[in-house]
Write a protein that binds this ligand. Structure first.
Ligand code: PMP
Length: 402
């Protein structure tokens, strides 16, 4: 007899069923560096599922900086920032991030997920309000759950809905509107100018998660607030080093008082070990590259425009993307898995996004560009996408997907 918990776990069948059908798409082991071409099962596969938008994970200067830090500081910090785990290198990265984002101060955490957990959970408490876009990242949602505050969700990028919901809240209450700068699956940009106007009217604080915007939009890739020229109007910026910045870790940037408050209240910072020396040095080096080599961001956009042109020409439904994250809608969970698996056999890696991450009628392939892709790699990927979509009977030649 299984114990109740083990019985419940055994009844989880989605992954087993997908494995039996040979279409299980997760935890695919990559046998090489994260680049535009990776090795899976000994075979070359074009990578169109990476978050390394600037393609910097193999940049010689970044690798060399990581090696130097490893040599000087060792492999780990053996403690939290709060106690024995703060290095001078951490402070250097915080200062650099503050300048880069245009904020007074910054605080770095070991992952971007932990940043949102720490920030969302520690700034508000009972009787306060956290107002979230329905498509905000899971880490923002999980942080709000730890806060004991009231959570208000508004329809994705729907400013009338945001305004309506704020209208019904007590005037003097503490409110934070938290949004992804670039939405991680849909690729569209938060309507920050409208959010700023609404937030000012209702006295709400604004937090923007720039995980996918850094290195992608704004001056030198400084993110969404910079993109809209609203750095002073956005109160809190969070971000990660795990995407464009070719490392691991994350940050929050804000005014000095908020950062000092977070240093003493964010439990995911205080009770967790600090970023490794190598990760810290990599993030620092990546920031330097972003400032001195703007060609990476230019190339990323040139690749994005080219891919969008080809995908539109082939009739794919790409939603409302405005960034290198291109959703290709399939609108059927199983077909999304089948296409992902057929594409890998064809030598193209994309990420399947199915319910509950998105509603099942919005399941999609998340196709993302890197600065280091060549036009011929993009052409090959789109040709193979067309072939597989036709094979699965989703798209007729030159017809948009319904
Ligand atoms: N915010 C957003 C919008 C993200 O997409 C992610 C990662 N997918 C995170 C935060 C968490 O970042 P990290 O990978 O550094 O934990």
């Amino acid at each position: 007899m299984k114990k109740p918990l083990q019985a419940r776990i055994a009844s989880f069948s989605a992954a087993k069923e997908a494995r039996q059908k040979g279409i299980y798409p997760y935890f695919r082991p990559i046998e090489s560096a994260q680049d535009t071409e990776v090795i899976i099962n000994g075979k070359k596969v074009l990578m169109f599922g990476s978050n390394s938008y600037l393609g910097l994970t193999n940049h010689p200067y970044i690798k060399e900086s990581a090696q130097k830090a490893l040599k000087k500081y060792g492999s780990g910090c053996a403690g939290s920032r709060f106690l024995n785990g703060t290095l001078d290198l951490h402070l250097e990265l915080e200062n650099k991030i503050a300048v880069f984002t245009g904020k007074e101060a910054a605080l770095i955490f070991s992952t971007g997920f932990q940043v949102n957990l720490g920030v969302m959970s520690s700034l508000t408490s009972r009787n306060d309000y956290l107002i979230l876009d329905e498509y905000d990242h899971a880490s923002i949602y999980d942080g709000t759950r730890l806060s004991f505050s009231r959570i208000i969700k508004y329809a994705h990028n729907d400013m009338a809905d945001l305004q309506r919901r704020l209208n019904s809240l007590p005037e003097e209450s503490v409110k934070i509107i938290a949004v992804d700068g670039i939405f991680s699956m849909e690729g569209d940009i938060a309507k920050l100018p409208e959010i700023v106007t609404i937030a000012e009217k209702f006295g709400a604080t604004i937090m923007v998660d720039d995980a996918h915007s850094l290195g992608v939009i704004g001056t030198m890739g400084a993110g969404t607030a910079s993109h809209f020229n609203l750095v002073n109007q956005v109160d809190i910026i969070t971000g990660t080093f795990s995407k464009s910045l070719a490392s691991l870790g994350g940050f929050v940037a804000s005014d000095s008082e908020t950062i000092d408050y977070l240093k003493h209240h964010a439990r995911s910072l205080i009770f967790s070990a600090s970023m490794t020396p190598a990760s810290t040095a990599s993030a620092l080096a990546a920031l330097e590259i972003m400032e001195t080599e703007p060609e990476h961001m230019q190339q990323l956009w040139s690749n994005t425009r080219y891919a969008m042109h080809l995908l539109k020409e082939e009739g794919f439904d790409t939603g409302h993307t405005e960034s290198p994250i291109i959703p290709i809608y399939v609108r059927d969970n199983e077909k999304t898995f089948i296409i992902t698996s057929l594409l890998q056999q064809e030598g193209v890696f994309v990420n399947p996004v199915v319910s509950p991450a998105v509603p099942s009628d919005s399941s999609l392939l998340r196709f993302s560009l890197m600065a280091t892709h060549t036009f011929s790699q993009i052409e090959e990927a789109v040709t193979k996408l067309s072939k597989v979509f036709k094979q699965v009977g989703i798209v007729e030649a030159k017809e948009p997907i319904k």
